[in-house]
Design a protein around this ligand. Structure first.
Ligand code: 2OX
Length: 455
C-alpha cells in the first residue's frame, strides 16, 4: 500500500441508506441542455456532424457569437413538469442535469459569472423548477458539472509554468465556489456527476478533487459523487494508486457498457451513461444524429445488462433549444417505460445473480430477496432458449411477467438444463421469466464427464 493523502476514502462499497437508494434506482435520466441546444448541430445553414455540445469547438465559433445565443434562450416551450413526466414515462428513478457543460454556460444564476440562465430573457431559475417538478414525482435530482471550462480565462489544459499554476489555482477556487453555491442553493440535490476532469491540470491537483468530495459530503449528508471527479496524489483517476475506487461509484462507462460476461464489474457500484443517437448528448437536429436513434428494445437490453452486472443505466435526453423535449426521445422513453411497468421487478433493486452463468440470449438478474429473473433480449432464430441453472438447483416454476397464463413452457434436457419455447409471447418484446427453484436432492457434481475438459 502506498501512503496516499487524497486516495479512496473507503475499501468497501457504501451501505448507507442514500447509497442503497441510488443503487436500487437502476434507471436514470441524463439531461444535456444548454446554449448548444439552440443551434442543435447546425451553424450557418450547415450541419456539423459531431456531438452538438461540441459545436463551438468543432465549428470554431467566435466566443462572442456563442455567448449571443443566450439572447435566444427564451424558454418559450420549457415546462419542468413536462420533462419530469417524460422521466416518469421512462420509469427513471433519478435525473442528472448539466448545470454547466464545457462551454461554461450555467443553468443557475451563479454569483461567480455573468454567463448564466439568469441573464437570458426569461431569467428563470430552471434548476429550482426542475427540482420541484421531479421531486414532486418522487424522482431524485443530481447535478452534472463540467470541471473543464472552455470559456473561463483561468482554465488550463496543462500547467507549463508559474503563470499557469497561478491562473489554474484561481480557476479551481472559482469551481469550488460554484459547487458550494450549488450545494447551498439546492440542498436537496442527491449527487454530483463530474466531467471534464481528464486533463493534466486537474490530474496534478488531486487534492482539489478530494476536497470537493469532502466539502459536498459535509454540506449535504448522503450526497453521492462519481469516480470521474477524482484523482489521487499521483494523478491516478477513478481508481487510486492502491487499486481502490475513489468517489462512490465508478463512472467510466460512457457510450459503452461492460461485456455481459465480465462479472468482475459487479464487485463495485457503477453507472453507465448512454446517448439515444449514436454520438450526441446535446440535441442534434440533423440526420447524422436523428437517423441513428436506438430502438426501445436496444435500450431495454442495455438496462438489463447493467442491472445484471450490478450497475445503473443513465439514458441521455437532449431537450431542444425552446425547452421542449424531442418527440422521438419521448416516444422511446414511453416504450421503454411501458416495458419497465410490466417487468420492473427484474430491474429495480436488482443486481448480479451469483452462480448463474451469463446466457447468450440475455441476462439473469437477482432481487434483494434472492429471486432470479431471466431477461430474454437476444433470441436465437430457433425461438428457444436454454436455461442452465446453477449446479444443485431444481426448477420448480417459470412465471412469465405480464402474463396471467400458468402454462409452463419448458422441458428438462438434462440435470439443471432446461429448454424454453418462447412462442408467440416473443412478439411483444423482451420477455422476463421469474424463476422459482429449490435445492436438488442428492449429490451435486459440476464435473464434466469429458476427460478432455480441464477443471
Ligand atoms: C472527449 C474525447 C474523447 C471522447 C469523449 C470526449 N468527451 C466526452 N468530452 N466530453 C465529453 C462529455 N461527456 C459526456 C457525458 C457528455 O457530456 C460529453 O459532452
Amino acid at each position: 500500500m502506498i501512503e496516499l493523502k487524497y486516495g479512496a476514502s473507503r475499501v468497501e462499497p457504501r451501505q448507507d441508506a442514500a447509497m442503497q437508494r441510488f443503487r436500487g434506482h437502476r434507471v436514470g435520466q441524463f439531461i444535456h441542455w444548454g446554449l448548444y441546444s439552440l443551434p442543435a448541430g447546425r451553424w450557418e445553414g450547415k450541419d456539423v456532424d459531431f456531438a452538438a455540445e461540441f459545436l463551438p469547438r468543432v465549428a470554431k465559433i467566435p466566443q462572442q457569437r456563442w455567448e449571443a445565443l443566450a439572447n435566444d434562450f427564451t424558454l418559450a416551450d420549457f415546462d419542468a413538469g413536462q420533462w419530469a413526466d417524460t422521466a416518469v414515462a421512462l420509469g427513471a428513478r433519478y435525473m442528472t442535469i448539466t448545470t454547466k457543460h464545457h462551454d461554461g454556460f450555467c443553468l443557475w444564476p451563479s454569483a461567480y459569472t455573468d454567463f448564466h440562465m439568469g441573464n437570458t430573457p426569461s431569467g428563470r431559475d430552471v434548476l429550482a423548477e426542475l427540482i420541484e417538478a421531479y421531486e414532486a414525482r418522487g424522482i431524485d435530482v443530481n447535478f452534472y458539472y463540467s470541471v473543464l471550462d472552455w470559456r473561463h480565462p483561468d482554465w488550463r489544459f496543462t500547467l507549463e509554468n508559474d503563470a499557469d499554476h497561478t491562473a489554474f489555482a484561481r480557476y479551481l477556487d472559482f469551481a469550488m465556489k460554484q459547487l458550494e453555491e450549488l450545494a447551498a442553493r439546492y440542498p436537496s440535490v442527491k449527487g454530483f456527476w463530474f466531467d471534464g476532469t481528464w486533463d493534466q491540470s486537474v490530474k496534478a491537483n488531486g487534492w482539489w478533487t478530494w476536497e470537493v468530495e469532502r466539502m459536498l459530503k459535509e454540506r449535504i449528508p448522503g450526497v453521492m459523487v462519481n469516480s470521474r471527479l477524482r484523482a489521487d496524489d499521483l494523478g491516478a483517476r477513478h481508481i487510486d494508486s492502491n487499486g481502490l475506487l475513489m468517489g462512490d461509484y465508478e463512472s467510466g462507462y460512457e457510450r459503452r457498457l461492460p461485456e455481459p460476461w465480465d462479472h468482475s464489474v459487479a464487485a463495485r457500484d457503477w453507472e453507465a451513461c448512454m446517448t439515444i443517437p449514436q454520438a450526441s448528448w446535446g440535441y442534434h437536429q440533423g440526420p447524422w444524429a436523428q437517423s441513428t436513434l436506438k430502438h426501445p428494445w436496444d435500450v431495454v437490453d442495455m438496462i438489463a445488462r447493467c442491472t445484471s452486472l450490478g450497475g445503473n443505466f443513465l439514458l441521455n435526453f437532449g431537450p431542444r433549444g425552446d425547452g421542449s423535449m424531442a418527440p422521438a426521445e419521448v416516444e422511446i422513453a414511453t416504450r421503454v417505460g411501458e416495458w419497465l411497468a410490466v417487468n420492473g421487478d427484474a430491474i429495480y433493486g436488482c443486481g448480479f445473480a451469483e452462480g448463474w452463468d451469463h446466457p447468450g440470449w440475455g441476462y439473469f438478474t437477482c432481487s434483494t430477496n434472492g429471486d432470479v429473473f431471466a431477461i430474454v433480449t437476444r433470441v436465437p432464430v430457433s425461438g428457444r432458449i436454454r436455461l442452465q441453472l446453477p449446479a444443485g438447483l431444481e426448477l420448480v416454476e417459470l412465471r412469465l411477467l405480464g402474463s396471467a397464463s400458468s402454462e409452463q413452457p419448458y422441458k428438462r434436457l438434462a440435470d439443471s438444463l432446461f429448454e424454453v419455447e418462447l412462442g408467440a409471447a416473443l412478439s411483444t418484446g423482451p420477455l422476463v421469466f421469474a424463476t422459482e427453484t429449490c435445492a436438488k436432492a442428492g449429490p451435486v457434481s459440476r464435473k464434466e464427464p469429458n476427460p478432455d475438459v480441464l477443471d
